[in-house]
Write a protein that binds this ligand. Structure first.
Ligand SMILES: [Zn+2]
Length: 140
């Protein structure tokens, strides 16, 4: 069992690093929002107000995306701890570690992923997922 744990050590470190970065980014974002508390004072015309509102919604969208990603990271780390990580959801074979190093959120082996994408390519879930983790699309 010790070997199994070590097998994912690189992935685990990568995930922890990603989580740290995300938390730092989210904090910076929140501080920015809080700092801008008085922003509606001194806004003189509707144009300025619209700018502020657009910036707010962008920041909110950013935070939502970060939270989503953070959840995926937590999930992967939990799976590593539970020993459920790196097992294909469909065929239950081990996903090659090389694939996991590149795509820490891979849920399936390459074969099953390809089948899955062919059968459910119209699902919204998939396209949303791809844009959150664009690095997953660059796989050969
Ligand atoms: Zn599989």
């Amino acid at each position: 069992m010790k070997n199994e744990e070590n097998k994912f050590e690189a992935v685990r470190k990568k995930l922890i690093g990603m989580r740290l970065n995300l938390i730092r980014e989210s904090k910076a974002e929140i501080v920015q929002i809080l700092d801008a508390g008085g922003k509606y004072n001194g806004v003189s015309d509707d144009g300025d107000l619209a700018d502020v509102a657009i910036r707010d919604s962008l920041q909110a969208a950013n935070l939502t995306r970060q939270r989503f990603k953070l959840k995926a990271i937590e999930e992967a780390l939990r799976k590593i701890d539970d020993g459920d990580y790196g097992i294909c959801e469909d065929c239950e074979e081990d996903i090659p570690v090389g694939r996991l190093n590149v795509m820490p959120f891979a849920l399936r082996c390459i074969e099953c992923q390809e089948k899955h994408e062919m059968t459910s390519s119209t699902k919204k879930e998939i396209s949303a997922h791809s844009s959150f983790f664009p690095e997953e699309e660059s796989e050969e």
